[in-house]
Design a protein around this ligand. Structure first.
Ligand SMILES: NC(=O)c1ccc[n+]([C@@H]2O[C@H](COP(=O)([O-])OP(=O)(O)OC[C@H]3O[C@@H](n4cnc5c(N)ncnc54)[C@H](OP(=O)(O)O)[C@@H]3O)[C@@H](O)[C@H]2O)c1
Length: 243
């Protein structure tokens, strides 16, 4: 039952996070949206509000621990609780090792891994006190299949999968933990690839293989629609063309 649930989403300003926010609002969830770009975030919130939904948003950089604490607090202040934290924000400045783009490696570690950990640190005490809660983490099919030029990204997503798996076991009985592993999805993701050749390659692959972010949002709805005693550990989905 999604109606009335308080769901916080990071990376809600575009792509999968935005599509999920809109879909969950349609299902009657109360949304708490975070991302760095306030204007884009405000537009998503406004779209939800105009359709009669309940939503609050706050500029959030998931690589800053205090921003996640603040996002969780926003949920509590406005809705009195937090039922779901969807840690979805991600960075993908991919490239070959030879480029030695160490700052990009650090960004991927900071956003993709630390961002998820800071979400856990912020929401776990709240979930424990409530006696319930649900962490959903966006991993990727890259967590299971590493390809050249995406190795650091794949490593961060493998880390997300490992920590989701262990967290689920530690929290069993009270708090649910799910990981979602999307394949190629039609979002702004490849825009952040610096090498023009690699970007063109990604965009070409996207045209051939990408599914819509709305398809991923529907998988999140599936995870959240399960009976109270059921925990969906992982959902892997790709477009029919990529599968
Ligand atoms: N697209 C794919 O093919 C694909 C496949 C598998 C998994 N994924 C995963 O899906 C997730 C969402 O990506 P997307 O495909 O929807 O791409 P996207 O449209 O580029 O969205 C990425 C989101 O992450 C946010 N973000 C980036 N850095 C952030 C930070 N430091 N703090 C807070 N938010 C930050 C961005 O918002 P701001 O810039 O406003 O902060 C944006 O809302 C990522 O975790 C990605 O790894 C994507």
């Amino acid at each position: 039952m999604i109606e009335g649930q308080v769901v916080a989403i990071t990376g809600a300003s575009s792509g999968i996070g935005k599509a999920t926010a809109l879909e969950l609002a349609r299902c009657g969830a109360k949304l708490v949206l975070g991302a760095r770009h306030q204007e884009a975030l405000a537009q998503v919130a406004e779209q939800i509000r105009l359709a009669g939904g309940d939503v609050v948003s706050r500029a959030t950089d998931v690589s800053k621990r205090e921003d996640l604490i603040s996002l969780v607090r926003l949920a509590q202040e406005n809705f009195g609780r937090l039922d779901v934290l969807f840690s979805n924000a991600g960075a993908m400045p991919i490239g070959p090792f030879d480029e030695l783009a160490v700052e990009d490696w650090e960004t991927m570690v900071d956003v993709n891994i630390k961002g998820v950990l800071y979400g856990i640190a912020a929401a776990l005490p709240v979930f424990r006190e409530q006696g319930s809660g649900h962490f959903i983490h966006t991993a990727s099919t890259a967590a299971r299949k590493t390809v050249p030029n995406q190795v650091v990204y794949a490593a961060t997503k493998a880390a997300v999968l490992a920590l989701s798996d262990g967290l689920r076991q530690e929290l069993a009985g009270q708090i649910r933990v799910s990981a979602i592993l999307p394949g190629f999805t039609d979002t702004a993701f490849s825009e952040h690839v610096k090498s023009p050749e690699l970007k063109a390659q990604m965009q070409k692959a996207g045209e051939k293989f990408a599914m819509s972010p709305e398809a991923v949002a529907k998988a999140i709805v599936y995870i959240l629609q399960q009976p109270e005693e059921v925990n969906i550990a992982e959902v892997t989905l790709r477009s029919k063309a990529q599968a």
